[in-house]
Structure formats: C-alpha cells, structure tokens
Design a protein around this ligand. Structure first.
Ligand code: OXD
Ligand code: MN
Length: 593
C-alpha cells in the first residue's frame, strides 16, 4: 500500500466499485514500473517506440480520428447554483450530471486495469503545490502524467495521512464516442470526470481541468490565483533575474515567448532568458508581500506544427528525448517524426497522422496535412536548454510584471501599461483576438478571451474579476505592474509589422525598465505607452523609429468601436460584473472623448 490516507483509500475503493476493473495498479513513480508500462503499451499497439538512437526514450501515439482536441462544448462546470458557473461555462446541476455520468462509468473498466496515479501539481515540498489522484484505464495517460506532473509515492507523502485536500479525477476512455464525451468539473466536490476521450487536454486531468478550472475556484476561496500564463525570467549581465507572467489566447505564441532566444544586442551584453513555465502559473502573495509564482506542471504539452530551429530551437531540443509525440507524422525510413513547419522536406516514405502510408511531398502538394494541426509533444521540462534554475524552487519566483496579449490587426498598440492594478484587471478582462485570413470564417471577428481564461475559469467570470480586484487590494504597492502587448499589428497588405519571436524581448525590456522606474512613458487614453525611442531597435533591419511610432498609434475610432463590443460582452454578466469594471469602462469612454 502506498498510503495510509483513508480519504484516498476510500475514494479509490469507490471508483473500483463503480468501474469494476479486473486489476488495480498504483503508480509508485519508479522507473521500473514506468518502463514495464511503456513496453506493455508497445506490445498492445497503443504506443510505438521511435528511433531510440536519434530520439532516446521517445514514443509515438495516435488518437482516434474523432478525438484530437479539447471539446469546449462538452466541458461542464457543475456548481450547485448555475450563477456560480456563469455565462461563459456550460452548466448542469451536480445531481443531474452525476445522474448522467454514473451509469456511463458503471463497469466501464471490466476486464481492464485501473491505474491509480497520485500526482503533485507544483514542486514537491512547496506550500503552493497541491495533490491530485487520477484513476484511468489508459497507459498513455499514465505516461503523459508522468511527464507533465510529479507522480508516485512522493505525491502521496506530500498529501500526508490525514488530508482530504486532493482533487479526485476519474477518467475512462470507454468507447471514445464523441456524442457521449464529457469533461466535467465539480468544483464544490473537488472532483473531475472525463469519459469517452483519449486526447491530452481532456484526459491529463492535472492540466487544464485541475490546474486551471478547479484551481481557479480553489484560488478564489483560498486567496490565490491560478492563471493561464507562462512564466519567464530575464537575467541581466549583473546576474539579477526578474520574472514576468504572460497570458495569451491559444495560437499567440506562448511557448515561443516562454523560451525566447534573446536578440544579439542583448546576448552579447550577457542577458539570458529562463523558462519557468509555458502554460500555467499559480500565484500567491509571499511573506514579503510580493506576488510569487510556481509552474504547477513538470513538462510541456506543446503544439508541434510550426516548431522549428528558427521559431523555437529550445522547444525542439526539449523534444529530443523522453518525449511522447501524438498525431504527428512518421518518417518511416528513419522512424522519426515530422510535422508541417518543421522543415521544407516532408518525408517521402511517410505515415500521416491517421495512420495511412503516403508519399509525403505528393500528399502535402495535394493540400493535405501530414501531421494533425493540433498534434502535440509531451516533453519533460528538465530537457529544456533554458529551463530556469528556479524551476523546482518550492518558493517559486517573485513576479515583477503581468503581461496580457491578444492578436489584434489594428486596435491594440505594440505595448501599453495600465494606470494601476484595477485598470490592469480591466485591461485583462477586455483581452481579445481577431480571426485571421488563415482560418475559416470572417476576418477580423473579435473573440473576447478575458485573461486567456475563457475556456478555463472554473466559476463565474464576474466573480473571477472581483477576485483579481481583491488580490490587487491585498498586494497594494507590492503588486506587479500590468501591461498589454500586441505582436500582431499588420500593415495595409496584411503583413505583420513587428518581427516578433526573440525580438519581443525588446518590448519586455521596456516593461522591466518601467517596473524598476527606469523608463519614461507617455500617457494616452488607454494607458501609458513607451516613448518610441525607448524601444531598442538596434540591429533590426526593417524597423525604424517611425515604424515604432506607427505600432504605438492609438486610433480613437477603433477603440470606440471596441468599447461597444466590450459593453455587449460585459452585459452577459449582469449583477456579477464588479462595479469597478463598469467604472473602468466608463472612464475609458470618457478618456476617448
Ligand atoms: C493548451 C491550450 O493546450 O491552451 O495549452 O489549449
Ligand atoms: Mn494553454
């Protein structure tokens, strides 16, 4: 027995009685046990070894064709009261939802093995970490959870013998029927149920389900924050590191920013960038009054397509060992992996993500994708060349700045700073991205995604904004400064004006200078902007001071149109919209004239 904790034992007994597995295996976290499971998954065809010389420890998995992404329309927050889930979440009462789910789980693991995975979100020994137990019928889930979290006996030891503060996660693949797929959160019961999926975001219950949806609810009740944010550190030539958290909606380059390569001008001075996290931050006020962050995860579950030597060499390097690849293409000559955007040479002897053998170049020329656009790597953080030396620090890292960002062709400038924390909360709440010509549907349609938490907030977003305001009041003058960035302004031909990638560090440097009181700013209707000359453009080919002036331009008419769309969005929250947010919106309107 790995634990004497009666709460854990009783819950696992209950799950066994419900799902009726033939066998129960507790994950102790040992390498021998994991290796045996890898071999077993290979023997059943669930997974495959890749070329062990080129990609040591790396494995491959293919999901069902109907099961390749998170399913927001099948994701529920089941609080007792509907208003506690709010207008941005699907809701059913816990009673009704249990009525639907319990019969589906009854006997669902007959003849199968139930794996019991104890795991810690956050470094072992950290007061900011929390424990979860996931039971699942999938070895793929076990092996991914081993990379993404800290699994095994150490997590149970962290929980202790008495505590009942663990998140219960029940996952069964069942028959992968997408009509009966459910990803369900019971925040008041500290539990998650997932059924009929085998795709990462739906089944690695420590990630989005626990570390964002359940944890955001816990954070509200316990006075901390769970956010969809990367954490990075910038070390100056004197060896001092300042940390930034940043929230972006999907497809805005969060993993790339977290692992950025400094431009030559900073590199040669001795600046370094360190990655603490690429997706989730848990933030708590420290004893010194400042806001401290840990990354609850232990690995990266990144989108493969588009990752290459130029866009993100650190991510690419991270995936070279001990990584699980899902739904990418296989180069059959070398038994290695390929995806769109890796290089310009699709393998001739290829297997595409659904499993068909094809001639890669011909297949791609005919307009097909060899890798699924949402194909993934699950890679250990410790592989990352720029992983922060503080990655496992139980204290976390102190945060100087919080950065919000979206994808806006015209409205949002390259960067601006909020007037204060409350205004920064407003800036986060109006985050949005516009659809691009690359995607189906109308161009320039605005999708509001407050704090990039729209699909991940486990309670009413109005209450969530109030929680942000309350955290600001608690932090007072120790609060991080809040900024907004937009790497995606386009010219009249639709080309990006700002070079992005590593050059985004030039903007982060102004942000840090502001935090240290070392840079001036210009007050505009929407916030403080840099003086154009304060964005360092040394060594940039096509960017002049006039380019920066253009990127910082604030078009009052566009902002007035945006205000109308914000009003419409805010109206959904009725009396849950904090008065302060209404006040911030009115103040913006007045400043725009
Ligand atoms: C993710 C997401 O996978 O945000 O990180 O969807
Ligand atoms: Mn994410």
């Amino acid at each position: 027995m790995l634990t004497n904790n009666k709460n854990v034992l009783a819950w696992v007994d209950e799950m066994v009685a419900l799902c009726k597995p033939a066998k129960v295996v507790w994950l102790d976290g040992s390498e021998e046990q994991l290796q045996a499971l890898r071999e077993e998954a290979v023997s059943t065809g669930e997974m495959m070894w890749l070329n062990q010389e080129k990609l040591p420890g790396c494995m491959y998995h293919r999901t069902a064709v109907n099961d390749v992404a998170r399913v927001e329309d099948r994701t529920f927050i089941c609080s007792t009261k509907q208003e506690d889930a709010g207008p941005t979440n699907n809701w059913k009462s816990p009673q009704e939802m249990h009525g639907i789910l319990t019969p589906m789980y009854y006997g669902v693991m007959e003849g199968k093995t139930m794996y019991v995975i104890p795991y810690s979100m956050g470094p072992i020994g950290s007061k900011m970490s929390k424990v979860g137990i996931e039971v699942t019928d999938s070895i793929y889930v076990v092996l991914n959870m081993d990379i993404m979290t800290r699994i095994g006996k150490r997590a149970l030891d962290q929980l202790g013998d008495e505590s009942n503060d663990f998140v219960r996660g029940l996952h069964a693949k069942a028959d992968l029927d997408d009509k009966k797929r459910y990803i369900v959160h019971f925040p008041e019961e500290n539990s998650i149920c997932s059924i009929n999926s085998g795709y990462g975001g739906n089944v690695l219950l420590g990630k989005k389900c626990f570390a964002l949806r359940i944890a955001s609810y816990q954070g509200k009740n316990e006075g901390w924050m769970a956010e969809h944010m990367l954490i990075l550190g910038i070390e100056n030539p004197q060896g001092e590191t300042k940390y930034i958290c940043a929230a972006f909606p999907s497809a805005c380059g969060k993993t790339n920013l977290a692992m950025l390569i400094p431009p030559e001008i900073y590199k040669k001075q001795g600046y370094k960038v360190w990655t603490v996290g690429d997706d989730i931050a848990w933030l708590r006020q420290g004893e010194d009054g400042r806001l401290w962050a840990i990354n609850p995860e232990n690995g990266f579950f990144g989108v493969a397509p588009g990752t290459n030597e130029k866009s993100n060499p650190n991510a690419l390097h991270t995936t070279m060992k001990g990584t699980i690849f899902t739904n990418v293409a296989i180069n059959n000559d070398t038994n290695t992996v390929w995806w769109e955007g890796l290089d310009k040479n699709p393998p001739v002897n290829a297997t595409e993500w659904k499993g068909a053998k094809v001639n890669g170049p011909e297949y791609v020329a005919a307009g097909n994708k060899l890798a699924h656009p949402n194909s993934r790597f699950t890679a250990p953080a410790k592989n990352c060349p720029c992983v922060s030396p503080e990655f496992d620090n139980p204290q976390g890292v102190p945060i100087s700045a919080i950065v919000f960002g979206g994808r806006r062709a015209k409205t949002a400038p390259l960067v601006y700073q909020s007037f204060d924390w409350n205004h920064g909360t407003f800036v986060g709440s109006i985050m949005a991205s516009e659809t691009t010509a690359a995607a189906a549907g109308a161009v320039g349609v605005v999708r509001r995604d407050p704090m990039a938490m729209l699909p991940f907030c486990g309670y009413n977003m109005g209450d969530y904004w109030q929680h942000w305001l309350d955290m600001g009041a608690k932090l007072g003058d120790k609060a991080p400064k809040i900024f907004n960035v937009n790497w995606f302004r386009t010219d009249d031909e639709g080309h990006f004006i700002w070079p992005g990638f590593g050059d985004n560090m030039r903007v982060l440097m102004w942000i840090l200078a502001r935090c240290e009181g070392k840079a001036d700013a210009v007050e505009t209707a929407i916030g403080y902007e840099p003086k154009p000359e304060d964005i360092n453009i040394e060594g940039l080919k096509d960017v002049t001071i006039d380019t920066i002036k253009g990127l910082l331009d604030v078009d009052a008419d566009l902002w007035k149109a945006d205000v109308a769309s914000i009003e419409e969005f805010y109206a959904k929250f009725g009396s849950k919209l904090p008065a302060e947010m209404k006040h911030q919106l009115e103040a913006l309107k007045a400043r725009l004239g």
